[in-house]
Ligand binder design. Sequence first.
Ligand code: ADP
Ligand code: MG
Length: 743
Amino acid sequence: MRADRTTRLDRLIGAKGAKKFADQLGLATAGDLLGYFPRRYMARGELTPIQELPFDEDVTLVAQVVSSSNRRMATRKGSITEVLVSDRPGQTNGPSTLSLTFFNGFKASKQLTRGVVAMFSGRVSVYRGRLQLTNPIYDLLDPEDLDPEAAARLAGCPIPVYPATASVPSWTIAKAVGTLLGQIDLASLPEALPAPLREKYRLPPVADAYRMIHEPESDAAWRSAQRRFRFEEALVLQTALARRRAQHAALPSRPSPARRGGLLDAFDRGLPFELTAGQREVGDLLARELAASHPMNRLLQGEVGSGKTVVALRAMLQVVDDGGQAALLAPTEVLAAQHYASIRATLGPLVRDGLLGGADDLGVEVALLTGSQSAGEKKRSLLAAASGQAGIVVGTHALLSENVQFADLGLVVVDEQHRFGVEQRDALRAKSLATPHLLVMTATPIPRTVAMTVFGDLETSVLRELPRGRSPIATHTVGLVENPSWERRVWQRAREEVDAGRQVYVVCPTIGAGAGDEGDLEALDAATWGGTALAAPEQQAVSVADITAQLEAEPALEGVAIGVLHGRLDADAKTAAMRAFATGQTGVLVATTVVEVGVDVPNATLMVILDADRFGIAQLHQLRGRVGRGGHPGTCLLVTRLEPGHPSRERLAAVAASTDGFELAQKDLEFRREGDILGASQSGRRSTLRLLRVLRDAEVIASAREDAIEIVADDPDLERHPALASAIEDYLDPEREVFLERG
Ligand code: ADP
Ligand code: MG
């Protein structure tokens, strides 16, 4: 039988096997299996015998499980799995055995049962005088692999190790691939890489590359094949992005050149501070782009408090000066209401209210539109937007609903991009005949190549310097396992802040009681850009409900008013909670990550983040940006119940050690498992990128981007690159398109 890419797997490996491949690995066709690449390759020479294990080095070894046991951790919820392995058949103790320790290794305890053979990689450490590996990564192997005779037979050829599961182990996949390679005509596969690029980078043709990646005869072979597929992936992605940019840039937009003597000038004259050099520079750039007849499409990155909002407001005023309207989209109602209030406060006398009119002609009406407004308020705002009377409309996604019309929408500003999908952006764009200019703001610093990949259809600008007068934030990790008494100390510290007239945030990962246990929206949200992946599933995270009750009974906080804020409160309760905290009526606010995005209470000086290990680096960094905004130094305490040495505590240490958002963003990527960067794995899907790693492959991505721009400039519809065009279509199936569309 001949196979091609569309051949169903049941015809190759039988119905039973095919069902497992489909259920466990998501592979249905020959093409799927062909594209399921080994995760790494085993070269026997590189394996370390257990007898010769060096201390404090990274090692890889093949061994068989002798025994495995689980115990609960003494000090908190969670378990430790202890696995004893041996690399000498028959030896179950002595120098050929090694102990492996897994914290909350639920999967390890299920998979690494007696007799199982696996390849383990990790760093050798010493615990109680014995060498061990902590949380090593491992791949299950064919028990034959431990047999010296089988080893000799395979000597020389690198052994592919596939991402596998317990019931579909690596060697089963390798066998299926072997069957497939015997039946498929590789020469008939379409070649997506243009020949000149293959020559330029010395990359093997597609047919050779598939064989070299699945059945390499040498390390050089799989390396070369990987290089090819990596570049191909980068090129496909960057060509798709280059086309989007080109198509978008060709659309007509409403040019809004800066006008002298208008609102913007008046605003600048009234500013109580001087713009930073960065704000001026980005401001000039935006001014030029707004004046152009093609749409601006820009991502503005800057730390919390770097002054993005002022920059955005100035851009909005330029558009309003020209008779257009600007819309500002915020991710939550709290934030929308806050933007509305702060924009009005910042504009001061330039705000004109409804038909009453200001003292003179120069002014702009600012309208707020959110889902929870009363029918009357909504109607007024809708009218103001549709009639053009409101120059600036602030809102949540309610702004996107069909009944919202604008008279002349010239600019859309989206705050905190990562909660907004592109369908939403497009919906807003659709509200205008000409394509509105778009400015996306984010406080999450994004390394350059990630920006190129995830936000590849946007140009990016960065505000690096913080306005003067900002106080530094001191961050400390508080480990309750080693210092149980510190818990009390934390609340005493909170008391001291309140007594000094300041305020305290207490952030919890979950909402808790009465909010429904099945899914915690805010915790899930956290996962999309922070990664709670490492947190122990069986450990119950502290909740707003529990902590509120605990703090109300806490002697150190006696007499202190405690407020509560989370996403499941209705809009009025949220507003009331924010107002009570902002005005100092409540000294302590127990909240979820709703405080992460832009909530601004300058008098807050202390933030206590409980179970901080549940949050990602970027999120912790963003959270702590909420304190130290008012000229008083801020403090952030990262409280954890994880044992010292737990891998997740490294993230806390990283956040405590640096306040540079870009440095942390880079760290964040390094800590995350490969593929998580684009957020796919947290939603249970397979990683979006296959071989490409945005961090490691920065150069590949950058050169593919240049090549892609050339290809698209030369052949915009890819008529002369049909295989590349269809590779783009395959690659961008609806699931995958999601990440292209963020921003
Ligand atoms: P971001 O949106 O980036 O978090 P904001 O624009 O909200 O930052 O600015 C944070 C605070 O700093 C605001 O109170 C703002 O008025 C103030 N601010 C902005 N730019 C400057 C500046 N150049 N000098 C002093 N203060 C500034
Ligand atoms: Mg902001």
